[in-house]
Design a protein around this ligand. Structure first.
Ligand SMILES: CC(C)(COP(=O)(O)OP(=O)(O)OC[C@H]1O[C@@H](n2cnc3c(N)ncnc32)[C@H](O)[C@@H]1OP(=O)(O)O)[C@@H](O)C(=O)NCCC(=O)NCCS
Length: 186
């Protein structure tokens, strides 16, 4: 059982594990290796993973969560977020969201946008809890599943989330190693 997680930048070495989680979490809609590589090579991307810190084991552990955003100069868009089903509902998703929002504030984004399946209640509950509001519906957004998406928005100018308190971020500089896959254009 994990005791807590630490966040760090997503690296090339994490690809296999992240894609494994993708398939587990998103089934037919999962990103492929090529999609993930293309995504991470894009401008303004910022991706992190959550690594468990176990008291009984040393060294790196298989990551249990991942998330990423795209900053286009005005707003950030949450591109993905996922947590290992075995450790869901233990606060990892919340930690990843805190980091994404913190990053969005840091790059001075006006808002954070995302899409979520209309039937994805756990995720919708989490986003609502972070004060995201539903903007509208994108019909048949998710393919091949053919499911509608809600678009949701968190206005960073208006919102004052409890996590506004200064936090020490271990993931401020995700691109400081040669094999980093993230494109931190911000
Ligand atoms: C959405 C997801 C990332 C949440 O991760 P998590 O680690 O389980 O989330 P947390 O434990 O930090 O919970 C944060 C909040 O989300 C909401 N939440 C999470 N799981 C929930 C569930 N099964 N039912 C209702 N609300 C839920 C709650 O508000 C929760 O706060 P609380 O525990 O104080 O009540 C996870 O369920 C997941 O990976 N889902 C599959 C992938 C996915 O759908 N990603 C989103 C794509 S848009």
């Amino acid at each position: 059982m994990i005791t807590e997680v630490r966040l760090r930048p997503l690296r090339n070495a994490d690809f296999d594990r992240v894609l494994q989680l993708e398939r587990q979490l998103f089934g037919r809609g999962a990103w492929t290796y090529g999609m993930l590589a293309d995504e991470l090579a894009g401008l303004g991307r910022w991706y992190i993973v959550a690594e468990p810190e176990r008291l009984d084991r040393a060294g790196e552990q298989p990551v249990v969560g991942y998330a990423g955003l795209w900053f286009d100069g005005d707003v950030t868009q949450i591109m993905t977020i996922g947590v290992d089903p075995d450790v869901q509902r233990h606060g990892v998703g919340r930690q990843l969201m805190d980091a994404l929002i913190e990053r969005s504030r840091k790059v001075k984004a006006e808002a954070v946008l995302l899409e979520v399946r209309v039937d994805n209640q756990p995720a919708i509950e989490m986003y609502r809890d972070f004060d995201f509001e539903i903007l509208g519906v994108r019909k048949r957004y998710y393919q091949p599943e053919d499911v509608d998406a809600y678009t949701m928005r968190l206005d960073l100018n208006a919102a004052a989330h409890p996590t506004d308190a200064p936090v020490e971020s271990p993931v401020d500089a995700p691109n400081d190693t040669p094999d980093d896959a993230t494109g931190d254009a911000a």
